[in-house]
Design a protein around this ligand. Sequence first.
Ligand SMILES: O=c1ccn([C@H]2C[C@H](O)[C@@H](COP(=O)(O)OP(=O)(O)OP(=O)(O)O)O2)c(=O)[nH]1
Length: 171
Amino acid sequence: MTKRIGQFHKVSLEQFKEGFRDSFGAIDDQEIERIYADIKLPQRATKGSAGYDFFTPVPLLLRPGKTAKIPTGIRVEMQENWVLQCYPRSGLGFKFRLQLNNTVGIIDSDYFFSDNEGHIFAKITNDSNEEKTVELEAGSGFMQGIFMEYGITLDDDVATSRNGGFGSTTR
Ligand SMILES: O=c1ccn([C@H]2C[C@H](O)[C@@H](COP(=O)(O)OP(=O)(O)OP(=O)(O)O)O2)c(=O)[nH]1
């Protein structure tokens, strides 16, 4: 039996605005509210798919060598001994060598409780070596997240908790 251990949610409108402006700069409130309203929760394409497809909230045009930081508008709640691992969608990897800048995005279970609501960001680069431009419409899948169970060592007694992402525990 497949284990049901998590749940996707949208971040709040306020958090989405903050993340969006951080990535793309100023934008008027009405436009961002429209984008926010259209955000879809990640979904699997078929019954047997492992990956939950994440959809870009905005159209993307990435020329070879270019990078974008995408505020997904999504947070994920999951049981403590699980992690969501994010990878590019295979099709985009095959066609464009689309990469996640951090190679694999690791979304920890305690990220959900961060001040930024556990807003999941994706930093992607078009690494095409065939001069191909990535063009995605808003609402297209660009990344997939897979829930994985993990273990800890017998003598593990870590007691600190997380607040934030990308190096927050070493800042
Ligand atoms: O592509 C990613 C990767 C991570 N995160 C968030 C979720 C994750 O829980 C947090 C920290 O990520 P990670 O543990 O990989 O980063 P780190 O650089 O090791 O930071 P930390 O010291 O906070 O663990 O950042 C994202 O939103 N997108």
